[in-house]
Ligand binder design. Structure first.
Ligand SMILES: Cc1ncc(COP(=O)(O)O)c(C=O)c1O
Length: 359
């Protein structure tokens, strides 16, 4: 069990689930259902997805964000092909080589701007210079993350520009939407506007980080990619016998705008922290705080003090300057009290630090 004295701002993966989600899972235990995704919850959840995206998209439920990305991209890539993404893309940095293992294709990365985390059309044009003949991998897909690994958000126009360039060059566009709700809440756009109207071909739709429990879905808009998906899903060990527990969660998630309310809460708690820390001397916020992630540069010794009471990720250490970067993430159930306490404690620690270093 986690030390209860330590206050958690490390990730939206640490928190539990929303009570409406838990209640729907409990209710689903009562019924007898056809296994392997032919259950009534899968049918109802697919209808909800189709209402929010597009009438004729295909939905496949999986248990993790990594599985969503890998299964989605397996429907696109052969082993001699390449997917282009940023160097900080989750598929490249934090999925244990799952894509390389299951697909065997190349992940071709482009450098991203240190504080914005986005892929651009000019990155893609540059990347294309590297693919010329069969001595190189064949570019086949682009993968972008919405919201990005730095918590920033692509505008609909930026997504459309990427899709237009990719399609004109024969590429499929995948979106890693592990935190897609936070992005939609920030943009005040519907999923259809942000994903379908911009031209995304295949989407990893995450709900786990926004109040669900191991509930992710692959949403396929390009019919061609859906053809072999049932086989890929089974071979990738993501066709669960009691599948109902995953789709059941999407029913309250969509129906009562739970996805939006949860994401708004997570985002607003980060906006509050960022606004409050902006006027401090030692906490330098590095990213544009558009969703629920804040990257803060601070003296390493101050970080050591804060780490006695707070849990956060350290994403960078500068051993020459004795500074580091920490990542704070707020969640669907982060409270006003939680963030007020964090701000007060951070400011107090800064004050103590300045005092002890003033002589
Ligand atoms: C952007 C992004 N994509 C995918 C994932 C993968 O999710 P999982 O850990 O459930 O495999 C994560 C998890 O943190 C993520 O942040």
């Amino acid at each position: 069990m986690q030390d209860t004295k330590i206050i958690q701002f490390a990730s939206d993966n640490y928190v539990g689930a929303h009570p409406d989600i838990a209640a729907t899972i409990m209710a689903s235990l009562e019924s007898t259902e056809i296994p392997y995704g032919s259950d009534s919850y899968s049918k109802m959840a697919k209808t909800e997805f189709q209402k929010h995206f597009k009438q004729d998209c295909e939905i496949f439920f999986v248990g993790t964000g990594t599985a969503a990305n890998v299964v989605a991209l397996k429907s696109v890539l052969r082993s001699f092909e390449a997917v282009i993404c940023t160097d900080i893309a989750h598929i490249n940095t934090a999925e244990g080589g799952a894509l390389e293992n299951f697909i065997g294709a190349k992940i071709f990365t482009t450098p991203t701007h240190a504080t914005d985390g986005k892929l651009t059309v000019s990155n893609l044009k540059q990347a294309f210079l590297n693919f010329r003949t069969s001595h190189f991998n064949k570019p086949k897909a682009v993968s972008i993350t919405q919201s990005t690994e730095l918590g920033t958000v692509y505008t609909c126009q930026e997504i459309k520009d990427i899709c237009d360039f990719a399609h004109a060059n024969g590429l499929i566009v995948h979106m890693d939407g592990a935190r897609i709700a936070n992005a939609a809440a920030f943009l005040n756009k519907t999923f259809k506007e942000m994903v379908v109207d911009t031209g995304i071909d295949i989407l990893s739709f995450g709900a786990t980080k926004n109040g669900a429990i191991m509930a992710e879905a692959i949403v396929v808009f390009n019919k061609h990619l859906a053809l072999d998906m049932p086989y890929i899903q089974k071979q990738s060990m993501q066709l669960f016998s009691k599948m109902r527990f995953i789709p059941a969660q999407f029913i309250p998630y969509f129906k009562n705008n739970l996805w939006l309310n949860n994401a708004i809460n997570a985002n607003e708690k980060s906006y509050y922290i960022a606004k409050e820390l902006k006027s401090t001397k030692l906490f330098k916020i590095l990213n544009k705080v558009e969703t629920n992630q804040i990257f803060i540069e601070l003296p390493t010794k101050l970080k050591d003090e804060l780490a006695k009471n707070y849990l956060f990720y350290i994403t960078n250490e500068n051993f020459e300057k004795n500074t580091c970067t920490i990542r704070i993430i707020t969640s669907f159930n982060t409270s006003d009290t939680d963030v007020q306490k964090l701000v007060a404690d951070f400011k107090q620690a800064e004050y103590n630090f300045l005092l002890s270093h003033s002589s």
